[in-house]
Design a protein around this ligand. Structure first.
Ligand code: MBD
Ligand code: FE
Length: 311
């Protein structure tokens, strides 16, 4: 079958009716986007001669995706979240904002509500036999390289099994294990004492991995640590660092790895004096450079639905 009906008046009228373009009621922007998305979908069905079976498989897939609570995970895996970063990067270039730490995707596993500590936070609340203790430290600077006091660095990462607290399928981690927040002093310094993460893998029975399997892709991320960095009169930075040496660094299913976000992990001794679980530890130094507001506005802070808990 190779019919082409998209351009017909009947179909064009149907699209306008479905998005209520002619009506005054409803939300104009949502109507515009719905009309365009639906139009593009209808066009693809015509162009690729998609069959009813394929359409219903897709509809059913959305149901499964929602049941699994994985829509945001799929958005990362299909590069949609990366695309938003590419667009923000381009906007920054256009407005000549440079010198900031590269942004990279937030991902779906942040939990709001971690206690904010001064300068240093030890965030490994639970033991983890398979993980050594890194210290992640550095400074927060603003436009012009000024050290920022009262900047807040939030950090979250997986344990040695690649599981995040709050979302752990084994359900064995404390609330806020491997999640924390610190406020910088006048020296602009922050420090997290923690345990080394391993890479994340999509839930094996979930809708996301099922599609990735069908595409012949994997659903794994290299070991990484997420950050939000906020300070007065600066734009909120959303970024991650990778743990150097992970074989998946340049094969991340969520496309979050970037040059400039792979600091060295340097072997050190003296961990006992810092209260770490072993004297040998890895020091990861990473400095955050924040950028100025754009016409008084933070144009890179993203509103999205996020988990939260009480610390
Ligand atoms: C993660 O830990 C993550 O960072 C992303 C982007 C997607 C899934 C799990
Ligand atoms: Fe992550």
């Amino acid at each position: 079958m190779s019919v082409k009906v998209f351009q017909s008046e009947e179909v064009q009228d149907l699209l306008k009716a479905a998005a209520n373009l002619a009506g005054d009621a409803g939300h104009a922007r949502t109507k515009q986007i719905t009309h365009r998305l639906l139009s593009d979908l209808f066009r693809v069905i015509d162009d690729l001669d998609m069959t009813p079976d394929e359409i219903w498989a897709g509809v059913n897939y959305f149901n499964r995706l929602g049941q699994d609570g994985e829509a945001a995970l799929l958005a990362a895996g299909l590069g949609l979240e990366k695309y938003l970063d590419i667009r923000m990067d381009a906007e920054d270039r256009e407005t000549q904002i440079n010198g900031g730490t590269p942004r990279t995707i937030e991902g779906p596993l942040y939990v709001a509500g971690a206690a904010v500590r001064e300068h240093v936070s030890r965030i490994d609340l639970d033991g983890d036999e398979d993980a050594g203790p890194p210290v992640i430290r550095g400074t927060v600077t603003g436009p012009g390289g000024k050290m920022l006091e009262n900047a807040v660095v939030e950090c979250w990462h997986a344990n040695s099994k690649g599981f995040y607290s709050h979302f752990d399928p084994a359900g064995t981690q404390s609330d806020f294990n491997l999640r924390g927040a610190v406020r910088t002093g006048a020296d602009g310094k922050y420090e997290f004492r923690t345990l080394m993460p391993a890479g994340y893998g999509c839930p094996p029975d979930g809708a996301t991995l099922s599609l990735l399997d069908t595409l012949g892709r994997h659903g794994n991320r290299p070991a990484h640590v997420h950050f939000f960095v906020t300070a007065e009169n600066c734009r909120k930075l959303t970024t991650q660092i990778n743990i150097e040496g992970d074989p998946l660094i340049w094969d991340d299913f969520a496309y979050a790895t970037r040059e400039g976000l792979i600091p060295l992990a340097v072997g050190k001794t003296g961990g006992k004096a810092l209260g770490l679980k072993s004297d040998d530890y890895k020091e990861i130094e990473f400095d955050f450079r924040l950028t100025a507001l754009v016409q008084g506005r933070d144009n890179q802070a993203v509103r999205r639905s996020r988990a939260s808990a009480a610390a």
